[in-house]
Unconditional design. Structure first.
Length: 224
């Protein structure tokens, strides 16, 4: 299925401007639902500027309304965008996320040793030299590298990771279970982190309101 040219920015716009479900937005943009939830909760690494898929010609208002009326409906892209892809070299990673690459690489090496260095290089956008250094623990910063799920770090999407895991497992003759418990643990950790951040934000707001009332000499008529 074709996807919008800028999936994260498009997801941000759909979250802010429609009542589509997270599942619908994730499906249309080719993202994991947790990525959409992070965008909605403003916990993404950077605040995204939304991209209007209607103006871009990728969705129609009628298609959005159809999705809002039926949560089970799957949006269809109006036209497939003309991709401008590099034919050589590693994938581009924003500068703000490049320091997270070693952690993502270490996570893949630990949890999926069957994945080749070439596949990791394409997924994360790094060099085989860096991957080899992390594998044999000769990397200059190895003492500070902590394995972290590359999806939660924003280095790739869950679909991309699942695809290379399945391909490597097939080539290695490894039978894949229906669900990967290691991935589930990372998903649950992210959900718990998002929940804690929302609760902390609510507590901070309550404290701020209480302080404003105190400074203004507010007297609650219901309290004796």
């Amino acid at each position: 299925m074709a996807q919008p040219l800028m999936p994260h920015a498009t997801a941000s716009w759909l979250v802010d401007n429609t009542s589509l479900t997270f599942e619908q937005i994730a499906e249309f943009c080719g993202l994991h639902i947790l990525e959409v939830q992070a965008i909605a909760d403003d916990t993404a690494a950077t605040k995204l500027t939304g991209r209007d898929p209607i103006r871009a010609g990728e969705l129609t208002q009628e298609e959005i309304e159809r999705g809002q009326d039926d949560p089970e409906y799957r949006l269809r892209i109006h036209k497939e965008p003309d991709p401008t892809r590099r034919t050589k070299g590693p994938r581009y990673t924003p500068v703000s996320k490049r320091q997270d690459k070693p952690d993502g690489i270490a996570w893949i090496i630990r949890n999926h040793p069957e994945i080749s260095d070439g596949a990791i290089s394409k997924l994360i956008g790094t060099t085989r030299t860096t991957i080899a250094a992390i594998r044999d623990r000769s990397h200059w910063n190895i003492a500070n590298i902590q394995p972290k799920d590359p999806v939660t770090l924003g280095l790739c999407s869950q679909r991309e990771l699942d695809a290379i895991v399945a391909k490597a497992a097939k080539q290695a003759g490894i039978e894949q279970p229906q669900g990967d418990a290691r991935l589930d643990g990372d998903r649950e950790a992210l959900i718990e982190e998002l929940r804690r951040e929302r609760e902390a934000a609510a507590r901070d707001a309550d404290s701020a309101h209480a302080a404003e009332d105190a400074n203004a000499g507010f007297i609650d008529p219901f309290k004796s």
